[in-house]
Design a protein around this ligand. Structure first.
Ligand code: GTP
Ligand code: MG
Length: 296
């Protein structure tokens, strides 16, 4: 291989750090435990969740720009549920983040859950901790495909922003139940388009129990509100433990359901569970299933 010429030592050091992180993340992706960060700031991990096309990647790109201006080294993880349907979305993420492609202080990785023993909820924290342990300052996470991925991201992020846009009215109704209670800030992106303030009014009434100031109007396109959003996502506080606990419980329940479903691949267990359920004894069926899964 021809050596890559680099103009100065700082760039060379940056490339070495990138390679180190790339290798460590590949290890995590293969099911490795990863590294554990020493005590770290409680605002290092930012998750951006929300319906497709609302501008999550564009906002991340803008927030990355601000972080770079502060001298922080940044990792962006696009979390891929490994469905063939998401190929286009990941390509879109790459394009949105292209302005940072030659910056050795920005590492972008699409993180696939395929084959990971614990599913996404185990892979994401390991990847994030590994990045922080290797000295990267901030991690942005964008789940692709929503649903359970959103919850898994909420469970490991210090701050979570729900991104919506004036066009996403229907998608907001369809958000995974409870996700609204799990986010710290709602960013209404594309505020340069009509309908943003109407949406804010609607969300204010829907999003009870939170400070109304936590709904911000932003535009990744013209820069409106970015400073405000950046400040809110870096406010160091105690963190909302209840929010994270709720997401963790939801993530564990999801993993449990995946594991129970997998254990039903055993034909004997499956027919025993069906027999009990058919006989009307649902709780016996559940007990039998749990017991069977434990020995699987
Ligand atoms: N008008 C306007 N368009 C925007 C803004 N932010 C993003 N867009 C556009 O919205 C489209 C989707 O942006 P992305 O950043 O890819 O959105 P996303 O939420 O990451 O999309 P997925 O990853 O596919 O779910 C792109 O065409 C962007 O150029 C904004 O503030 N204003
Ligand atoms: Mg995106």
């Amino acid at each position: 291989m021809t050596p890559v010429p680099v103009e100065d030592a700082a760039v060379a050091e940056g490339l070495v750090r990138m390679r180190e992180l790339a290798g460590a993340l590949s290890d995590v992706e293969r099911g490795g435990a990863g590294l554990r960060a020493a005590p770290r700031p409680s605002d290092a991990i930012l998750g951006l969740v929300g319906p497709p096309g609302v501008g999550k990647s564009s906002l991340i790109s803008a927030l990355v720009r601000r972080a770079r201006d502060r001298g922080e080294r940044v990792v962006v993880l696009a979390v891929d549920p490994s469905s063939p349907m998401t190929g286009g979305a990941l390509l879109g993420d790459r394009i949105r983040l292209a302005e940072h492609a030659t910056d050795p202080g920005v590492f972008v990785r699409s993180f696939a859950s395929r084959g990971h023993p614990g599913g996404l909820s185990a892979a994401i924290p390991a990847a994030v901790e590994t990045a922080l342990a290797l000295g990267w300052d901030r991690v942005f996470i964008e789940p692709v495909g929503g649903g359970q991925n959103d919850v898994d991201v909420v469970a490991c992020a210090d701050h979570v922003v729900l991104v919506v846009s004036p066009e996403s009215g229907d998608d907001i109704q369809a958000l995974k139940a409870g996700i609204l209670e799990m986010v710290d800030v709602i960013a209404i992106n594309k505020a340069d388009r009509p309908g943003a303030s109407t949406l804010r009014t609607m969300l204010r009434s829907q999003w009870r129990g939170r400070g109304q100031g936590s709904i911000v109007l932003v535009s990744a396109a013209d820069g409106t509100g970015l400073e405000d959003l950046d400040d809110r996502t870096r406010e160091v506080g105690d963190g909302d433990a209840s929010r994270r606990d709720a997401a963790l419980v939801s993530a564990v329940l999801n993993d449990a359901s995946v594991a129970l479903r997998a254990s039903l691949a055993d034909a004997t267990l499956r027919s025993a569970v069906i027999d009990l359920a058919r006989a009307g004894d649902r709780s016996a069926a559940i007990r039998h299933l749990l017991e069977g899964a434990r020995h699987a």
